[in-house]
Ligand binder design. Sequence first.
Ligand code: NAI
Ligand code: MG
Length: 337
Amino acid sequence: MHRVTLIRGDGIGPEITAATLRVIEAAGALIEWDEQLGGVAALNEAGTPLPDATVASIRETRAALKGPLTTPVGTGFRSVNVALRREFDLYANVRPAATILPGGRYDGVDIVLIRENTEGLYVGHEMVIPVAGDPKAVAQATAIVTRAGCERIARFAFDYAIRHGRRKVTICHKANILKASSGLFLEVTRDVSERYHGRIEVNDVIIDAAAMKLVLDPSQFDVIVTTNMFGDILSDQIAGLIGGLGLAPGANVGDRAALFEAVHGSAPDIAGKGVANPSALILAACLLLDHLGEAAAAACVRQALVTVLRDDGVRTRDLKGHATTVEFTDAVVRRLA
Ligand code: NAI
Ligand code: MG
């Protein structure tokens, strides 16, 4: 029996979490959920968006499944997602994207993007500098890139590629312009790649060219490793190649804990209507099962999900279907029976 922290999340979070729990149970995976609060739900019930009890639970279970959390824009509390990444040093963001529905823009896309999750421009070291009466004349942001940070994400990416039988790792960077920061990332990832010589193919591509090549021919990519902001942008682009956010899962992995979630947010526009697509969170739960060593259960769930979407044609509205969240979940559970 595995113990896993569960945060249902805000907006559509409770609906897609309920669906995901039904599917995991139907797959026969034995998980004892330690349910905790986070986000707006936590603010309302416990007076803080990230209660100590939630952090303590993840410290103990070392694994969490999390629905999307609403973050107020501009003002209000800081992102709980970012706080959890920092608290547990979840340095690797793994975002696999594979075509499920044929006849889309691209058949046969199968790319895993591995994004450095703690450094780069997203450390948020920013300031405005007033000049001659203009309080916002200049804005400055500082990117932090460390040798140790590059080393560990590079090793993670190559180890991941080997463990998952992938053929190639592409390093995406902007070392031609950002010679110090992106230059260090390229230098260190290339050095690390030497240790995998003969076991895995390696190349490097400048980030803007990579964006174009992804659209022209995604099949030339397999595993991508890149820095924080480039990875954020490319992973949404890659999700677009396979039909959108409703099918894109992600894992945030560190040495002390791992947190699994959908790439999408709390979708306030459709919350409570019972029409959300639970697939991304179900696929995130499959990544959790893999992480727990329950690969067989994960494979069963993926197979059932693909069959329902592809063969049974049961799809939610975002995929141009008519099924509600519950109808879609019923169909997946039926396939697992
Ligand atoms: P969003 O991803 O919540 O929604 C974007 C669009 O996609 C909306 O039209 C929504 O209805 C649709 N959509 C998203 N997931 C869907 C699903 N499973 N099924 C069907 N349609 C779906 O992005 P948005 O609106 O920018 O953000 C809403 C809130 O979510 C914000 O507070 C934001 O901070 C938060 N957020 C949280 C994340 C997390 O917890 N990891 C990640 C991204 C955003
Ligand atoms: Mg993003």
